[in-house]
Write a protein that binds this ligand. Structure first.
Ligand SMILES: CC(C)(COP(=O)(O)OP(=O)(O)OC[C@H]1O[C@@H](n2cnc3c(N)ncnc32)[C@H](O)[C@@H]1OP(=O)(O)O)[C@@H](O)C(=O)NCCC(=O)NCCS
Length: 404
């Protein structure tokens, strides 16, 4: 029997797993899990117990992998269960048989949390730079403020080789990102193991979303995600964009005032962001609005209500310029007006920086195209279970590809 929500007796996860594996004909050995697994950790040696991950306080989920000696066909089968795994929606289970031919008996792969900004920067941010994702200057600090327990690192014999984040928002909405395995360790199964742990963290979930690279769409579909929007990252050149703004400025009329983020009521801005983003994220935004060198603008209508806002933040690598995110607005003319205000400021810089924006929806892509943005790569916004409660209609630029 699987542990129930209100089960008062202590759960013996070893017995639980053993029992369930025995009911699966793929698994043969009666020696399974002869020693207790480490809680909240992943460890493996190819000849023994492979992976174990459990949240002991709530027993909300567990994930594990069993080594090749316990399964047929000299391969591994990975299982990820939420506690209520009999419910088809929660049953993530079921990675296919995978060969781990390259594992040596000495290898030990461990997955643990990243808790410090320093480590987040050294591992995740630097790898994002290598991947050409152009992280922002203070992403480590801001991402950890959003959810201090979201980041995982996978270490092979103590050396970091993989990372991923699974950010939890209120209302059981989760967003996965920063999914990277070091080049020389790819296609050996490490990414898959890390993926399972990140997904286990999201359980139980009402909604899980990711912004994946388009060429990985099939992979995520196999895992149960469905495609929602096809977007792209665009590089915008402020001097070119400004000329296009003057052509469209006729449409940017109306009594909308543009102010700096510092000049508006922060609570009102939080409220607007939560309504458009689909979840509250005050701790994150407080850091976001304080990023050194950022340009933040808010659009206010004649009634004094916020009708849009944007932030342009410097990239971690200075020569990579700025990143726009978010660009939320009630209408396209307002989005354009906000962008124009930011670009006018950026034109003062020497040399004028390049600016990138992640446009998800058709309307968002149209603005970037109108400003003669150059497509740098394509993304697909994918969702498992329900759609987040966001007003995607008002998304003219995603906040980040990593946090949603
Ligand atoms: C994507 C990535 C993290 C996968 O890590 P990995 O260790 O190579 O993955 P694994 O060997 O565990 O394989 C996991 C799954 O990914 C698939 N996969 C791995 N690389 C792939 C690729 N380039 N294209 C398509 N599928 C791929 C595998 O076939 C496997 O699928 P399965 O679970 O259905 O069998 C890794 O290739 C990477 O770091 N890529 C560069 C960064 C990146 O693009 N991140 C994803 C952003 S959306």
């Amino acid at each position: 029997m699987l542990p129930g929500k209100d089960s008062s007796c202590p759960i013996d996860p070893v017995r639980w797993v053993t029992k369930d594996l025995h009911s699966d004909s793929t698994f043969r050995s009666s020696r399974l899990f002869s020693r207790p697994p480490h809680l909240n950790s992943i460890s493996c040696t190819p000849s023994e117990l492979y992976i174990f991950y459990i949240k002991p306080a709530k027993l909300t989920y567990m994930a594990f992998t069993v080594s090749r000696s316990f399964v047929t066909r000299s391969s591994l089968r990975r299982l990820v269960w939420s506690r209520d795994y009999l419910h088809p929606r929660n049953r993530l289970l079921a990675e296919s048989i995978r060969s781990y031919g390259s594992s040596s008996a000495k290898e030990q792969f461990k997955i643990r949390k990243i808790n410090t900004e320093e480590e987040f920067k050294n591992v995740i941010v630097n790898w994002m730079v290598e991947e050409g994702w152009r992280p922002g200057l203070k992403d480590a600090e801001c991402f950890l403020a959003c959810d201090p327990r979201a980041a995982f690192v996978g270490e092979l014999n103590g050396k970091p080789i993989a990372c991923a984040t699974m950010t939890k928002y209120a209302g059981r909405f989760n967003f996965g990102g920063c999914y990277i395995v070091s080049k020389e360790y790819r296609e050996k199964g490490y990414g898959g193991m890390l993926y399972d742990v990140a997904m286990a963290r999201a359980m139980p979930s009402r909604s899980i979303a990711i912004a994946g690279l388009l060429h990985l769409e099939e992979l995520y579909k196999r895992k149960g995600f469905r495609s929602q929007f096809y977007g792209a990252r665009f590089d915008l050149h402020p001097p070119t964009a400004i000329t296009r703004f003057s052509e469209i400025s006729e449409r940017c009329h109306g009594p909308v005032n543009i102010k700096c983020t510092e000049e508006v009521d922060l609570q009102a801005l939080f409220k607007y962001d939560a309504a458009v983003f689909g979840a509250e994220r005050h701790a994150f935004l407080i850091k976001w609005f304080r990023i050194p060198g950022k340009h933040g603008r808010v659009a206010i209508n004649s009634e004094g209500s916020i009708v849009g806002y944007t932030v342009a933040r410097p990239s971690f690598v200075k020569k990579e310029g700025y990143k726009i995110g978010p660009l939320f607005a009630d209408s396209e003319p307002i989005a354009e007006k906000l962008l124009k205000a930011v670009f006018e400021e950026l034109l003062q810089e020497e040399p004028v920086p390049v600016v990138c924006i992640d446009a998800l929806t058709k309307k968002a892509k149209e603005i970037s195209e109108k400003l003669q943005g150059k497509k740098s790569f394509e993304i697909v916004y994918m969702v498992m279970y329900d759609l987040p409660d966001a007003c995607f209609d008002k998304w003219f630029g995603m906040t980040t590809l990593e946090l949603g």
